[in-house]
Design a protein. Structure first.
Lengths: 388, 242
C-alpha cells in the first residue's frame, strides 16, 4: 500500500502492521476497506479519537491501526519509519515487538549516557512502558541494561584510579537492603494494580523537578556569571558528624559516619528496584553534598556500587519473579553500546551550557509527556490482565 | 494439505459407514506452533453430521483467571480505583454457525453452553455493584485484541453431511490446549455434541528461553549478568579504538 508523505507505511498482505504517515485521501479509504482503523495524532500525542471522515485533507498526521492487534504506535513516529520492521517475540514479556524500535531506543539511551554521562534508565523505562512492555518486565530488564553501562563506566574509571572500593562496599550493603525493600514495594503495588500509575507519577515528579532545577541553575549561572555556592547546611553537617561509626575513607580522603553511605546506597537500591533507573541524578549529588566526596571520585564509586546492585537485582528478579527478558535486554544493550559511542563523539560538538539545556529540556519533555497521560481522560478507562 | 485430504477421506468413510456418531469433527492441524516470527494463522474444522439440524461450532482457548481494572480521576489524576476478578474465562473465543445464532435456540439454552459472545459472561440477575460494566469492558478489550471474535463465521457445507469452518488465530495467542466443540440443534433442542482439542505451543528460540528462564532461573539470571558485563567490557574496548 503506497502511502504519501513523511512517514513510511505499508500493508504487507495482512501482516501485523502499525504505522503512521501523512497519508493522502487516495489511500485512506482503501486502508479502511482492508480493516485498518485510522486515528489522529498531534505532535506524537495520540488523540483518543478515531478519524471517520476522509483524512489527509490538510496534511494531518494520522495513525493507522491494525484491526486485530489495535496497538497504537505513536512513539515509532519519532524513532524510525515502520518500513524497517523485524518482529521479535519477547519470551518473558510474551509479546511481539519490532526489534529495530527497541534497538533504536537503546541507541537513544546510549547517546544520552555518552553525551551527558548519565545512565539513561530514566529515558528507557517510560518508553518501554509506552511500547506496551509490562512494567514488571521493563523495570527488571532495565537492571541488565544498567549493569552493561555501569560495567563500562567502572572499567574506564578504575584505570584512572577513581574508585573508592571501601565506600562502594558500604553503599552496596545499603543497596542490597534497598533492593529487597523495593522488591516488596513493587510487588505490593503490582498486586494493588497501581504499578503503572506509581511509575508514571514518580517519574513525572522526579524528572520535572530535576529538569526545572537544571534550568534554574543554568539561568542563575548565566545571569550572575558565577556558579551558585553550595547550600550551607551547617546543622545537617553537625548532625552527620555526631553519628556513630565514623569511618575514614582513605581513597576519597573523607571522614564520615558509615551510616551515611549505607543510607545513600539504600536509596539507590530502592530506585533501581522500583523505577528501573540507576538514579544517578539523585545519588551523585547526594554523595557530593552529604559525604563531601571529591567530584572526581563520585562517578566511579557510584558506578561500582550500581554495577554490583544491578547484577544482584538481575539475578534476584530472575529467581523471584521470572520477569527479566534477556531478548529485550540484548536488543537494548546492542543499541546502547552503539549509542554511547555516538554520544561520546557528539560531546565534541555539544558542550557546556548547550548540553545542560538540552538535557534539561529532554527531562522536562518526558515529564510533560508522562504528566499528560496522568491528567488526560483516557479513551479506555478499563484495563485487563490475564493471569499467566 | 495431505492431512486435509486424509481428513476428508476419513470423514467420508465415517459418513458412509454403518456404526457412526451423528456428529463428528476434527481439525486441520492438531498443533499450531508460535515461533519467534509468528504472525497469526488459521485452523480449519471439518466434520460430518448425519441428521438434519442447525450447527454451531465454538473454538475456546484455555481458561485463565482475569482481572479487569477501571480508572477514574482521583484529585485530577487518573488511577485505577475499582476492579473485578473473573475466575475462569477462555483466553480465546470464536464461533461459527450454520444459521443466525439467535434463531438456532433460545437464549437460556445458548447460555448454558456458553454459545455466543453475549452469553459467555452471564449477566447477573441484579447489577447492584456495577459488575456488568466490567464484564462488558472485558469482552470489548478482548475483541479489540482480536482474541474474542464477535463475528459469527459461516459453516461451509461441502455435501449435505460434510462441513468445514475456518477460524483465524491472531498473532497474540496464549499457548495451551484449545477446544473445538460442535453442537447440533433440532428445533431449538441440543441433540448431539462433539469436541476435539488442539494445541498452541511456543517453539523456537524465544520459547526455549522462556522454558530455561523458569526451569533454571538462577543460571538464566547469571547468564544475563555475564552478557551485560561482557557488553559493557566490549563497549570500553570499542571506545578505546575510537
Amino acid at each position: 500500500m503506497p502511502v504519501r508523505g513523511g512517514g513510511a507505511a505499508y500493508h504487507p498482505n495482512g501482516q501485523r502492521f502499525i504505522g503512521f504517515a501523512n497519508i493522502g485521501i487516495d489511500c485512506c479509504d482503501p486502508l479502511r476497506a482492508r480493516g485498518f482503523k485510522i486515528g489522529i495524532s498531534v505532535a506524537g500525542i495520540r488523540l483518543h479519537k478515531l478519524l471517520n471522515t476522509p483524512c489527509g485533507l490538510s496534511g494531518q498526521r494520522v495513525q493507522i491501526i491494525y484491526k486485530s492487534v489495535n496497538q497504537w504506535c505513536f512513539h515509532a513516529q519519532y524513532l524510525l519509519p515502520c518500513r524497517l520492521s523485524m518482529p521479535v517475540y519477547l519470551p518473558i514479556a510474551e509479546m511481539s515487538v519490532n526489534a529495530f524500535e527497541i534497538i533504536f531506543l537503546g541507541v537513544a539511551v546510549g547517546i544520552f549516557s555518552g553525551l551527558f554521562g548519565v545512565g539513561g534508565g530514566f529515558l528507557a523505562l517510560p518508553f518501554l512502558v509506552f511500547v506496551g512492555i509490562p512494567p514488571t518486565v521493563a523495570v527488571t530488564t532495565q537492571s541488565a541494561q544498567i549493569l552493561a553501562s555501569s560495567t563500562a563506566g567502572v572499567i574506564s574509571q578504575w584505570k584512572r584510579g577513581r574508585v573508592d572500593v571501601s565506600l562502594a562496599i558500604h553503599m552496596m550493603a545499603g543497596g542490597a537492603g534497598g533492593l529487597l525493600v523495593g522488591l516488596g514495594i513493587f510487588q505490593l503495588l503490582k498486586f494493588m494494580g497501581q504499578i503503572d500509575f506509581a511509575i508514571s507519577l514518580i517519574y513525572t515528579v522526579l524528572l520535572a523537578s530535576i529538569g526545572l532545577s537544571m534550568f534554574a541553575e543554568t539561568a542563575h549561572n548565566h545571569l550572575f556569571k558565577k556558579p551558585k555556592a553550595a547550600a550551607e547546611s551547617g546543622r545537617f553537617t553537625q548532625w552527620l558528624e555526631s553519628l556513630p561509626y565514623q569511618t575514614i575513607y582513605a581513597a576519597s580522603g573523607i571522614r564520615v559516619s558509615l551510616l551515611a553511605p549505607v543510607a545513600i546506597g539504600f536509596v539507590a537500591g530502592l530506585l533501581i528496584s522500583i523505577l528501573g533507573s540507576g538514579g544517578g541524578f539523585v545519588i551523585v549529588p547526594a554523595m557530593i553534598y552529604f559525604l563531601g566526596m571529591p567530584a572526581l571520585m563520585v562517578t566511579g564509586t557510584s558506578l561500582l556500587q550500581l554495577m554490583v546492585i544491578a547484577a544482584f537485582s538481575c539475578v534476584m528478579y530472575s529467581i523471584t519473579s521470572h520477569s527479566v527478558d534477556l531478548m529485550l535486554a540484548a536488543l537494548l544493550i546492542l543499541g546502547s553500546v552503539t549509542g554511547t559511542i555516538l554520544g561520546l563523539r557528539a560531546t565534541k560538538y555539544i558542550k557546556g551550557v548547550a548540553a545542560h539545556l538540552l538535557l534539561a529540556s529532554v527531562l522536562v519533555f518526558i515529564a510533560l509527556r508522562l504528566g499528560y497521560t496522568l491528567l488526560a481522560t483516557p479513551a479506555e478507562p478499563f484495563s485487563l490482565t490475564v493471569d499467566p | 494439505m495431505t492431512r486435509f485430504l486424509l481428513c476428508l477421506l476419513a470423514l467420508t468413510v465415517l459418513a458412509t459407514g454403518t456404526a457412526r456418531a451423528a456428529l463428528s469433527i476434527d481439525v486441520s492441524s492438531p498443533l499450531i506452533k508460535v515461533t519467534t516470527g509468528f504472525n497469526g494463522s488459521s485452523i480449519t474444522v471439518f466434520g460430518t453430521q448425519d441428521v438434519q439440524g442447525a450447527l454451531v461450532i465454538l473454538v475456546e482457548g484455555p481458561s485463565k483467571p482475569m482481572t479487569i481494572r477501571k480508572k477514574s480521576p482521583v484529585f485530577g489524576l487518573w488511577t485505577y480505583t475499582d476492579s473485578r476478578r473473573f475466575a475462569n474465562l477462555p483466553v480465546y473465543y470464536e464461533t461459527a454457525a450454520s444459521a443466525p445464532i439467535d434463531r438456532i435456540a433460545a437464549e437460556d439454552v445458548l447460555r448454558s453452553h456458553r454459545i455466543g459472545l453475549t452469553n459467555l459472561l452471564a449477566a447477573p440477575d441484579n447489577d447492584d455493584d456495577g459488575s456488568a460494566a466490567f464484564s462488558a469492558a472485558l469482552v470489548r478489550l478482548q475483541q479489540k485484541k482480536g482474541v474474542y471474535v464477535e463475528e459469527v463465521k459461516t459453516i461451509d457445507y461441502i455435501s449435505p453431511s460434510l462441513f468445514k469452518a475456518v477460524f483465524d488465530i491472531p498473532p497474540i495467542v496464549r499457548a495451551g490446549t484449545y477446544k473445538v466443540s460442535a453442537f447440533l440443534f433440532q428445533d431449538g433442542q441440543l441433540v448431539e455434541q462433539a469436541s476435539v482439542p488442539f494445541d498452541v505451543a511456543h517453539e523456537g528460540l524465544s520459547a526455549d528461553m522462556r522454558r530455561f528462564a523458569t526451569k533454571y532461573s538462577f543460571i538464566y539470571g547469571l547468564a544475563g549478568v555475564l552478557m551485560a558485563m561482557f557488553a559493557g567490557w566490549l563497549a570500553t574496548v570499542l571506545l578505546k579504538r575510537e
